[in-house]
Design a protein around this ligand. Structure first.
Ligand SMILES: *[C@@H]1O[C@H](CO)[C@@H](O)[C@H](O)[C@H]1NC(C)=O
Length: 171
């Protein structure tokens, strides 16, 4: 084996190892059960007084985070969980300011059923209000979050507008 071959083999082995560890690691604060090879993980992080969502393996299939002290989920934190089938995240003291938008949109995509039983704890005017019912006005404007979120949406609206203009010109 020459040097280049060795480097590429070693690189491959390291990336494989990285993928495996990334896919297999159970958060230390949670209980994990394998649902069988290739079937993913059942991850129970419920009732643990967690204030932050732990780093989760990509092959998480069932995720239980209910009855903790979570107030927010950082934007993008759950995006890598592509094989998720079930999530429970109710009974947390959610702070429904603009930053909660990520969780709301994520749940709308992943599990409308679990969005239905999520209620805000703070700020006071929104206490006990279902997250699913919050409007843009109530969530307030997030100066830091909006531009990033807007990038995709605004761009597609812009493109749609151009398409429509184009179409109208053809009439
Ligand atoms: C919620 O979690 C606490 C521990 O943080 C536990 O004592 C309590 O029994 C749990 N409640 C439910 C309904 O699971």
């Amino acid at each position: 084996m020459n040097k280049t071959e060795f480097i590429s083999v070693a690189g491959f082995a390291i990336s494989l190892l990285f993928h495996m560890t990334q896919a297999e690691v159970c958060p230390s604060t949670c209980n994990c059960k394998s649902l069988g090879e290739m079937k993913g993980l059942h991850i129970d992080c419920s009732s643990r007084k967690l204030t932050e969502v732990p780093a989760l393996p990509v092959n998480t299939k069932r995720l239980y985070l209910q009855n903790n002290s979570l107030t927010s989920v950082p934007p993008g934190a759950l995006d890598s969980l592509r094989s998720l089938e079930e999530v429970k995240i109710f009974d947390n003291p959610w702070n429904c300011d603009c930053h909660i938008l990520y969780l709301k949109l994520w749940l709308e995509d992943v599990s409308a059923a679990s969005l239905a039983n999520i209620r805000c704890a703070t700020p006071a005017p929104l206490k006990k209000k279902p997250l699913s019912q919050l409007t843009g006005n109530e969530l307030g404007i997030c100066k830091r979050l909006l531009p990033v979120k807007c990038l995709e949406t605004c761009l597609s609206v812009l493109l749609l507008t151009f398409d429509t203009l184009d179409f109208m010109q053809q009439l």
